[in-house]
Design a protein around this ligand. Structure first.
Ligand SMILES: C[S@@+](CC[C@H](N)C(=O)[O-])C[C@H]1O[C@@H](n2cnc3c(N)ncnc32)[C@H](O)[C@@H]1O
Length: 429
């Protein structure tokens, strides 16, 4: 990733953190603050994957949609939805909330659901991008209507019931994305890639046979790696992982490499690796295994680079947030000094004549520019203000109009006016 895009990423992250921390977000599509909270319950059933896939495809095509990445991405983002609960007991409530959101809020929420995983697994997040890139596009009305139709269809057929459990074994009962992607594809395009994913019964049988073979030979060891060179959305690994769990093993202790030519199927495999919790050594590479013989090694190397880059970016973000927050505090402190000075003619920091402490206006500099110029050099003024009470009394930081206001008990001798009319406002303080 170039330095420019890293800087943009860091800057966007800080803006998000600071904006949401202050709870003053005005972005109309922000799912956290602008979404509706009027969410009537919806009827949900935990339908089989085939029924859910058909319902999604029907809703999408009825709304006039043509692309595959959008409806498949809607389901993938819902499957990744980060709030999981035991027995998926919160799924109904979350489904009602998501189904009630207006289209742009919905798109933003789905994007955030996917983005949540960048910090966890930047490589899988990157492999999954073909399913989520559309969330950053300016969608047309048909596409928005399609998203608005697909999400409730998937929710009503139980996408969150399938994927909202805290137990990964429960989330691995079906390969939801395989059902959705294959339902969305027309038969002719499926045939061109040979993309008929193995039916779950067969893949479970295969996993059981392989496990029995390995078990008899004593080959089945913790820490082993498995490679799937034509992985589709990873259905065979789902069965293998479930088989391990049934035997009391944690699939996360193994290594899983899935390679796949079709970017959308590879993206589905990456999402599945997260939903099924295949663990920190589950990787997805997209490419032609016949032409790229080192695709597996290349996938692992890229994943290491992305993790390093993620760590660098996180450090930068932490540092930048800390420094920007300090800067904002100083700014607020300085601004509050101006306000205080304006409302209390004899406040601390005033000039001897009791007038405004503003710097003299330079010719050609507007009042706004003068303020910005003064704020750009806050240190001498702030340090002088903070030194002052140490000699004369304690500093009290109070909140007035949400900005910190600096008050002192008494004025330093130097700042007191030598002579002049009695100060009315001082008498009321
Ligand atoms: C029949 S599907 C099997 C998928 C999966 N293994 C399963 O059992 O569900 C075959 C998959 O291989 C992929 N594929 C075909 N040619 C490939 C190639 N040269 N390199 C990588 N993947 C390929 C197709 O895109 C398709 O998803």
């Amino acid at each position: 990733m170039s330095a420019d895009s890293t800087a943009a990423l860091v800057s966007e992250a800080i803006d998000q953190v600071l904006t949401h921390r202050e709870r003053n977000c005005t972005d109309p599509s922000c799912a956290r603050h602008a979404g509706t909270t009027d969410c009537p319950p919806i009827t949900v059933s935990r339908s089989p994957g085939s029924v859910l896939g058909e319902a999604v495809a029907e809703a999408w095509h009825a709304a006039g949609g043509s692309r595959l990445d959008i409806p498949a991405g809607v389901v993938a983002a819902l499957a990744l939805w980060p709030q999981k609960s035991p027995g998926a007991e919160a799924a109904d409530t979350i489904a009602a909330y998501i189904a009630a959101q207006p289209p742009r809020v919905l798109v933003r929420g789905l994007a955030e659901s996917a983005d949540f995983y960048w910090g966890l697994r930047p490589d899988l997040w990157t492999a999954a991008r073909p399913l989520f890139d559309w969330t950053r596009e300016d969608l047309n009305d048909t596409e928005l209507a399609g998203v608005r139709a697909v999400a409730p269809a998937a929710l009503r057929h139980g996408v969150l019931q399938h994927t909202g459990d805290t137990d990964p074994a429960e989330r691995s009962r079906i390969d939801l994305l395989s059902w959705v992607i294959t339902s969305l594809r027309h038969h002719h395009s499926r045939r061109s890639l040979g993309e008929y994913h193995t039916p779950p019964d067969i893949s479970e049988l295969l996993a059981a046979v392989l496990a029995a073979d390995n078990g008899a030979g004593g080959n089945r060891r913790r820490g082993e790696w498995a490679l799937e060179p034509a992985a589709g959305t990873g259905g065979l690994f789902r069965s293998a992982a479930q088989d391990l769990r049934r035997d009391g093993e944690d699939p996360a202790e193994r290594g899983w490499i899935m390679l796949e030519l079709d970017p959308l199927a590879a993206a589905g495999a990456a999402v599945n690796a997260l939903v099924w919790e295949l663990g920190p050594r589950a990787f997805v590479g997209c490419g032609d295994v016949l032409a790229q013989l080192d695709l597996a090694e290349d996938t692992l190397a890229k994943a290491r680079d992305m993790a390093r880059h993620r760590d660098d970016v996180m450090k930068l973000i932490g540092f930048a947030i800390a420094t920007r927050t300090t800067d904002q505090l100083l700014d607020a402190l300085t601004a509050s000094r101006w306000r205080l000075a304006r409302s209390t003619p004899r406040g601390p920091g005033l000039k001897e004549d009791g007038g405004s402490p503003r710097p003299p206006r330079e010719p050609g500099r507007s009042p706004g520019a003068a303020r910005r110029h003064a704020r750009a050099q806050p240190y001498p003024r702030v340090r002088a203000d903070l030194r002052m009470p140490r000699r004369r009394g304690p500093v009290v930081l109070a909140h007035r109009h949400r900005a910190p206001v600096l008050r002192t008990r008494a004025l330093p001798r130097r700042s007191r006016p030598k002579a002049g009319p009695p100060d009315q406002s001082a008498a009321h303080r």
